[in-house]
Design a protein around this ligand. Structure first.
Ligand code: AOF
Ligand code: ZN
Length: 383
């Protein structure tokens, strides 16, 4: 469906401006996608916008409201296919057609099955020229991979992130904190937290590191970053930094009763304690996923230790891995990134796909996917 050949260099530069706008919606658009739009005539910007869930208007509508009557005969650049269904807002296609826009250039189709392809078809039926693709396609996909996964499967998109040494270890001994990576990698982690709707860790990491698990970018967020801890036996210390800073943003998943004295003490300090089914003595991770989905948390960053990393990999809930490698060797006796019995696990260990490897300050960075969000999408649509 790509019409890349009909996208000029001038179009490309407007699309890249639309991409920058879209990114202003990070932490403001979920559970909706991140979208930017610009209306251009005679190489002049007549109106632009991005989607913020709280403000309801889709990116196209924000731009159309700014352009007003001047939109007639103009081109709209938008990072996602305009919607043709009514949700919280009316369809953008109708507003675009009514405005007299004569051409729409879009980065990618909407992964939402209620829209995908149908929005473009509606615009073309109304005589609007539609061009799709261009260099902004990769960015539009990358920034909406979580939304795509969520809208197609109803599941949150889970990224396992960790810092490790070249020999794959995350700490020099159990229960200790070891600085592994450098400054650049640590600031990248703050970006990842800003993009996330929830962070997930295990009680072992809380007991060892006493982390804050906060988004320290200082940039606006629609919802507080939810900090979630898997803690089957409710060992969370009342004096931990997490509990002391709880402000309707700390959730503990446990298999214990929520009317126990321990659960009540936590609840009194503003911690939400949620009881979930147990699986082999631990909190059932599928139930954790369902709980996130119920709360419309579509992007979950797993920042855990060996035990929860291993359990998450084995349960198949991890969609993407982001690994920050320090170019160092730890040696024997350290903690592996995932506690899994090699003899049983390795024969079925899935390989990461679509790998990206970058040097990162003094470290290097590897990212890859267990689930090919867009590949599956194409395969499924052929059936
Ligand atoms: C667009 N532009 O800026 C966004 C779109 O409930 P609603 O009305 O907000 O609709 C949400 C759906 O609309 C969402 O699932 C996705 O398919 C699309 N999002 N579409 O044309 C936008 N945010
Ligand atoms: Zn729309």
């Amino acid at each position: 469906m790509s019409t890349r050949f009909s996208i000029s260099e001038a179009d490309e530069s407007w699309l890249s401006r639309a991409t920058l706008l879209a990114l202003r919606g990070v932490a403001l658009a979920h559970p909706n996608p991140i979208v930017g739009a610009i209306i251009v005539k005679n190489n002049r910007n007549l109106g632009e916008g991005f989607h913020e869930y709280e403000k309801r208007d889709h990116a196209e509508i924000v731009a159309l409201k700014q352009a007003g009557a001047k939109a007639r005969g103009a081109t709209m650049y938008v990072t996602l296919e305009p919607c043709c269904a009514t949700g919280r807002t009316g369809p953008c296609t109708k507003a675009i057609i009514a405005s007299g826009i004569k051409r729409v250039v879009a980065s990618i189709p909407d992964p939402n099955p209620a829209v995908s392809g149908k929005g473009f078809a509606e615009l073309r039926c109304a005589g609007i020229r539609v061009d799709i693709g261009g260099r902004s396609e990769d960015d539009a996909r990358r920034w909406n991979e979580d939304f795509t996964w969520w809208i197609r499967t109803g599941r949150p998109f889970v990224t396992l992130k960790t810092a490790l040494t070249l020999d794959g270890q995350i700490a020099s001994r159990a229960g200790s904190t070891t600085w592994i990576t450098g400054e650049r990698s640590r600031s990248a982690v703050q970006r990842l937290r800003h993009e996330a709707d929830a962070l997930l860790t295990g009680i072992g990491t809380v007991l060892a590191d006493d982390p804050r698990m906060s988004d320290r970018t200082g940039e606006p967020r629609r919802r507080k970053l939810l900090r979630a801890v898997v803690d089957s036996r409710l060992r969370m210390p009342l004096k931990s930094k997490l509990v002391k800073s709880a402000d309707s943003d700390l959730l503990i998943f446990t298999t214990q009763r929520t009317d126990s004295p321990r659960a009540r003490a936590l609840a009194r300090r503003g911690v939400e304690v949620v009881r979930l089914p147990s699986r082999r003595g631990h909190v059932d991770l599928e139930s954790v996923m369902k709980e996130f989905a119920r709360r419309q948390l579509i992007n979950v960053l797993l920042e855990a230790g060996a035990e929860l990393n291993g359990a998450a990999l084995e349960a198949g809930i991890v969609d993407k891995m982001i690994l920050f490698y320090a170019p160092k060797i730890m040696g024997t006796g350290g903690v592996p990134m995932a506690d899994l019995p090699a003899a049983r696990w390795f024969p079925k260990s899935p390989a990461l796909k679509n790998l990206r490897v970058l040097t990162y300050g003094s470290d290097f960075f590897v990212e890859g996917y267990f689930h090919d969000v867009y590949g599956n999408h194409r395969a499924r649509r052929k059936n």
